[in-house]
Design a binder for this molecule. Structure first.
Ligand code: DQA
Length: 153
């Protein structure tokens, strides 16, 4: 298959326990199931998708820094670091890649401390509230962003 783009999906802390973690909030779908669906959706659209999960802020920053070459865009669910991490925000701002922030839950209708994202201002956009489908929507949005950028030359 002739792949045109390489996309990196980053899952932050506690997302490795999706499926059993607070199913009333995050649903029953596991991270592995989301990943295999996103991989398939990417390949249908000529995009190869790589995945990374870490519970550590520093490892997420290292991953963003190392992805600068060989990656066309990033989809990130920073988990709780969304609301705390200026360091992840700075890594995204410094990587010069288009980044889409995604969340399973609608962070704007939850506890007040989840309403603010340090990450969103350095992303092309934020998608939240659609369960595992937020990742699918993030991938479609990123592919559409590439297309618009190509059309603008
Ligand atoms: C989350 C929302 C965050 O507030 C929370 O800390 C998570 C998951 C989501 O996908 O809805 O870990 O990022």
């Amino acid at each position: 298959m002739d792949l045109k783009y390489t996309i990196l999906v980053i899952h932050g802390p506690n997302l490795n326990t999706l499926g059993s973690r607070e199913p009333g909030v995050y649903g029953r779908e596991t991270m592995e199931s989301i990943n295999s669906r996103i991989k398939e959706l990417g390949e249908k659209n000529r995009a190869g998708v790589k995945f990374f999960q870490s519970n550590s802020e520093g490892e997420i920053i290292d991953c963003i820094q190392q992805s600068v070459s060989g990656t066309d865009g990033i989809i990130i669910n920073p988990g709780a670091y969304t609301h705390t991490s200026i360091a992840i925000r700075d890594a995204i701002a410094g990587c010069a890649l288009p980044v889409v922030e995604v969340h399973l839950s609608n962070i704007h209708k939850r506890e007040e401390f989840r309403n603010h994202s340090f990450i969103a201002p350095v992303c092309i956009g934020q998608i939240c509230g659609f369960g595992g489908f937020s990742y699918d929507a993030g991938l479609i949005a990123l592919l559409n962003h590439f297309k618009s950028a190509e059309q603008q030359g």
